[in-house]
Structure formats: C-alpha cells, structure tokens
Design a protein around this ligand. Structure first.
Ligand SMILES: [Zn+2]
Length: 296
C-alpha cells in the first residue's frame, strides 16, 4: 500500500450513520462490511463510489475489508517473516497500522500475536538469570539474597505477571461512549498488537549478558555499563509501546475528542498493574515465606 494517508482533521467527528440503509447483495462493488473513513470515521458500508460522501476523501485504498496486518497472512508469507513484518508495521508504519481499525480486526489472531510477543519478551529474563548463575555465581548469590531459589522464582513470576497485565490494560481502557462500538472493539484488538516493541527485550538481554561475560573475562566492573545500557533499552521499548497505544487511542477518537481521559486511565491502571506485580506480588510471597518459616 503506497497511498499517503491524510492526517486526521480536528474538525471531524465520529459518525456511525450508514451510507445507505441496507447493502444490496446484487451489487458486487458495494462495501459489504462496516468500513470507516480514515479521515472522518463515516461508516462506508454499502457505498459504491470511491469517495467518502461525508468528507470527499478518495477511499479506494480502504475499500477492501481484508486486513493488511502481515500476521494475518502468515500462512502465505511464513510465520517468522509475518511476525517480523508486523513488528515493523507497528513500529514504523504506525499510520497504516492504525488505519486497520477502519476495517474488521480479527481479535483471536491479535491475542495469538500478543501471546507470542509475551513469550519473546519474557524469555530473556530467565536466560539472563541462568547465565548469571553459571558465569558469576557470586553475582547470582547477591541477586537471590536471603530468599534463595524462591526469591529468583518470585522475581520471574513478578516480571511475567507485569508483562501479562500491563499489555492487557490498553485493551480495557480504550473505551469511549461516543465512538461506534465495533470501532472501539477494533481499536481494542489493535492495542494487543501494540505489545510488539516488547518482543525486542532480547536486545536488552544480550546487552546484560555481555555485561556478565565481560565481568567474567576481564574480572573488572565493566558490567555496570552494559547493565545500564540494557536497562536503557528496556525503558525505550516500554516508552515506544506506550506511544503506539496512545497513537491508536488518538486515531480511534478521530482527533475531534480529547484523548487525555483515556490516556490518564491508561497510565493509572498500567502503573497500578506494574506496581502490584513488581512490588506487591514479591512482597506477598516474602510475607508468606516468613509466615511459613515462623510456623515451622
Ligand atoms: Zn470521510
């Protein structure tokens, strides 16, 4: 798709009225699904012409209800390639990614994409811990501290729980009473794809492992620089993920409505979920351990 999309006009409004009363199945060129104009959110269902009747935009490029998300076409292009192309689309072709809410979004496929992404996002953490235990047993001992093996398990459970809950929060907060329900559902499904940047936590994992290897080989404290770089990459990936979600929210609202109430909800519930998982869960496990030890 090479069509340059127009920026959403601030004067546009969500309109859910249909272009005509009911689609005529005899007409093959009619748009058969609820497809929304990317500029004014007008429902183009049953439209025959290539122009939006509301704002006049040439909508030839959006006529097809077939998803342009590479992940949907992975049986044709290959799983790995489709996954990488989808990450590329979410990261660098944000407009075309957001445009997908104009047509039906397969939520089951979106959930599958998120599951794969969560697995990729989490895998570097146990890999790093294993590398630390193997190459720097002293560093591993300092990491697990008084809780021993249980603490390492609790820390990983907390990280996994945080990734699971924080990537689910946008799906539930992206709601607006004035937006057509199926457009909200499509936008919510697209937020599941917004976890895509987190699939690159392997880069941070590689940097952290370089720190472990460096400290092992050189027997110096160069590892701190590598760990800092790894933490920096994690922060950048988290920031890009939030940016992508905000873009989907703004696109859903069509620029005509203020997005800050939804974005505020996103930050509040996302922050709360992260806090409960990363602080509350380990604290609860530690408390349980203390109770069990005191009873035995
Ligand atoms: Zn329009």
């Amino acid at each position: 798709m090479t069509v340059e999309l127009p920026e959403i006009s601030a004067a546009t409004d969500e309109k859910v009225k249909s272009a005509s009363a009911s689609p005529d199945p005899a007409c093959a060129d009619q748009i058969a699904e609820d497809v929304y104009c990317p500029a004014c959110a007008y429902n183009l269902r049953a439209l025959i012409s290539d122009r939006c009747p509301e704002c006049g935009l040439d909508i030839a490029f959006i006529r097809s209800a077939e998803s342009q998300l590479p992940w949907i076409h992975r049986n044709k292009v290959g799983r790995v390639r489709a996954y990488l192309m989808t990450i590329w689309m979410v990261l660098f072709r944000t407009k075309h990614f957001c445009l997908e809410m104009s047509r039906p979004v397969n939520e089951v496929e979106a959930r599958r994409f998120r599951r794969v992404t969560i697995a990729l996002a989490f895998a570097p953490f146990p890999a790093f811990t294993a590398a630390l235990a193997w190459l720097r047993p002293d560093g591993y001992a300092a990491f697990v501290g008084f809780g021993g093996y249980t603490f390492a398990v609790a820390a990983h459970a907390a990280i996994l729980a945080a990734i699971l809950t924080v990537t689910a929060v946008p799906y539930y907060v992206i709601r607006h009473p004035d937006i057509a329900l199926n457009r909200q559902k499509r936008a919510a499904a697209l937020t599941l794809y917004c976890a895509a940047p987190l699939s690159l936590t392997g880069v941070a994992g590689a940097l952290a492992m370089a720190g472990v290897v460096c400290s092992r080989v050189n027997n110096r404290d160069w590892d701190l620089a590598w760990y800092t770089a790894a933490a920096g990459v994690l922060l950048i990936l988290a920031a890009v993920t939030v940016f992508d979600v905000q873009r989907v929210i703004r696109w859903m609202l069509g620029g005509a409505r203020r997005s800050w109430p939804i974005i505020l909800r996103l930050y509040c519930f996302g922050g709360l979920a992260a806090f409960l998982c990363l602080v509350g869960l380990p604290a609860a496990i530690a408390f349980l351990m203390i109770v069990v030890h005191s009873l035995s």
